[in-house]
Ligand binder design. Sequence first.
Ligand code: ARG
Length: 467
Amino acid sequence: MTENKAVVKPWGGRFTEPTDVFVEAFTASVEFDQRMYKQDIKGSIAHAAMLYKVGVLSREECDEIASGLHEIELEIDSGKFEWSVALEDLHMNIEARLTQKIGDAGKKLHTGRSRNDQVATDMRLYLRDEIDEINVHLRRLQATLIDLAEREVDTVLPGFTHLQVAQPVSFGHHMLAWFESLERDAQRLADCRKRVNIMPLGAAALAGTTYPIDRHYTASLLGFECPAENSLDAVSDRDFVIEFCFAATLTMTHLSRFSEELVLWVSQQFDFIEMGDSFCTGSSIMPQKKNPDVPELIRGKSGRTNGNLVCMLTLMKSQPLAYNKDNQEDKEPLFDSVDTLKASLRVFADMMQTVKVKRENMRAATLKGFSTATDLADYLVKQGVPFRDAHEIVGKAVRYGIDNKKDLAEMSLAELKVFSDKIEDDIYKVLTPEGSSAARDHFGGTALNQVRQAIVRARDRILEVAE
Ligand code: ARG
């Protein structure tokens, strides 16, 4: 990065004094907005093509601009481009280099355009590309969860409420629960993309331009759904960034919850799963340690994306129309949320592929904590006992179990009959974790055959949207 080199500012005409050196650095965005150079160049080429179409640029000028910009793209790709802080931002850096390369035609590129509509366009092109990439990572994680659900469909573990053992569930069912959260995340992203994919270009500074521009043509060249309806709104609102930051942080919230479970599950106390060594790290002092750093970090990183959302909301709050320099501050939170979400989804999918389920330990855990107590109550109800009475009877049986250190399934028929003479030998089928799970045999329930059907539907659902 070149600093403080005296350059002629593209907007310098009305100024008599140079910019304060510190102010120059303070107001510059080139250090971070350069990440959108491909989108900026693409937008400029489309703008020039449109200017040619409506007769503002000649064929030669348009061609020179396009080839000059292609060369600049290669310079940036290969790290040869010299960014200058004095040129403030990505847009003026590229324009200055273009003019240096092709002369007067370069100076014509900015006709009928402002950095205000240019930057809003770049942001939308950039975010559209990133949403598409994020979607691929999200889908891969969902597919990984479906595979795991299928492999472990008949593994039972305790389902928890209040982190207390509640009822046995299929591990496949548990994985598909997270699939559903991620499915809504994918839908939210797709919906957000619709509002991102609207073109600000042509709004110019705020009021539009005096040239006979064809915004529909530029929009079609750039793959936008349509040009923005209102020029003031087009350069001003960053609600599309806020929406994305919300979608990103909600996805991170889901990943943080899932991470929390993984951290618990690998602990010695649960010992439900093992995670690949390549996704864990050791301790510099305690030789026995294998720490679940990846899920812990993802849990922690959800704080960042929350922060970015609040940052964006606060940035937008009370801003009058139209463009204000405040909006330059939209980039770093957005970029950080994009990077955080993309990396987290990617590593999560890879990590889940290394998970080994300890079936015996999960099953053993369902035998503790009276996870089939509801099943005993339901059994009594089916024998004609009102549910509230059945609840009371089973509560007493559980109390007896706690005092005598016996699960319900470990009690003899004679012991169980003390609580209700309606209990017969067929109760033992009901009291196994598998029996309990199998009994929840309806749409959305944890019975094996339901989970198997849900797996098939989940696969179809992600294929459907991919088509
Ligand atoms: N770097 C600016 C931004 O990111 C570009 C737009 C500047 N426009 C202006 N009128 N100063 O928002």
